[in-house]
Write a protein that binds this ligand. Structure first.
Ligand SMILES: C[S@@+](CC[C@H](N)C(=O)[O-])C[C@H]1O[C@@H](n2cnc3c(N)ncnc32)[C@H](O)[C@@H]1O
Length: 215
């Protein structure tokens, strides 16, 4: 099987991090169209419908927002938050997200950066980002620290499948079985961890949704 030929945890490096930003800057123009054709917009909406509504006037942060598709799904399903902040390492991606969500604040910063001035969040969104990073455990801890007590994490994470193996020839992402993802989330401190498999199409093969809560 292809999944056996390609290791799911290949080492990354600072050079690779720079290359990743360049890759995403280049991909920004066609990204939204691509994920729409693959069914991710519908899958993201499906996941957001499973999220318990937060307190009124929530503060929402989308980390590694890309074109803003995950955050847009949140807004379409849950309504406009009081504050929406979008972050990414790719300025070109953030430009497209800003066009889609003009009321949002945008920050060019990597996951893990100091976010001075950002208050604790009611909801943190993060779709298909931590599988690109050297230390997914530390990444989840950082996401946990961005939440206020009782706040919710909505995560989309690559899962092992031969289709994922094809995707990672280009993107180099890792992939996580549900048990491993649950373990990482629990180790970071999350509780009430629920797995939300996507119903159909490519998202059902390459990705899983998770909802978890900070106690
Ligand atoms: C697979 S795309 C997902 C984009 C969006 N979340 C979505 O689901 O459509 C990964 C995104 O993470 C961003 N990214 C990669 N490394 C990052 C890092 N260290 N910190 C923040 N964002 C990062 C990329 O620039 C890209 O926009």
């Amino acid at each position: 099987m292809l999944t056996r030929l390609i290791p799911f945890h290949r080492p990354r490096s600072p050079a690779r991090a720079g290359a990743l930003q360049a890759l995403y800057d280049t991909a920004a123009t066609g990204w939204q169209d691509g994920i729409s054709k693959l069914g991710f917009l519908a899958a993201y909406a499906e996941l957001m419908q499973a999220v318990p509504p937060p307190a009124s006037h929530p503060h929402v942060l989308d980390v590694g927002t890309g074109t803003g598709a995950f955050a847009r799904a949140w807004v379409d399903v849950q309504g406009d938050p009081a504050e929406l902040t979008l972050t990414d390492i790719s300025p070109a991606m953030l430009d497209t997200a800003r066009a889609r969500l003009p009321d949002a604040s945008t920050v060019v910063a990597p996951l893990g950066a100091a976010m001075d001035g950002l208050p604790p969040q009611d909801v943190v969104l993060c779709a298909h980002v931590i599988e690109h990073l050297d230390d997914p455990h530390a990444s989840l801890s950082w996401l946990f620290d961005r939440l206020k007590a009782g706040g919710t994490l909505v995560l989309a994470l690559s899962r092992p499948h031969w289709c994922t193996a094809l995707v990672r020839w280009r993107w180099g992402n890792a992939a996580f079985k549900p048990d491993a993802a649950r373990h990482m989330l629990a180790t970071a401190g999350f509780i009430d961890i629920t797995l939300h498999p996507f119903k159909s199409g490519p998202p059902s093969r390459v990705s899983h949704g998770y909802i978890a809560r900070r106690p």
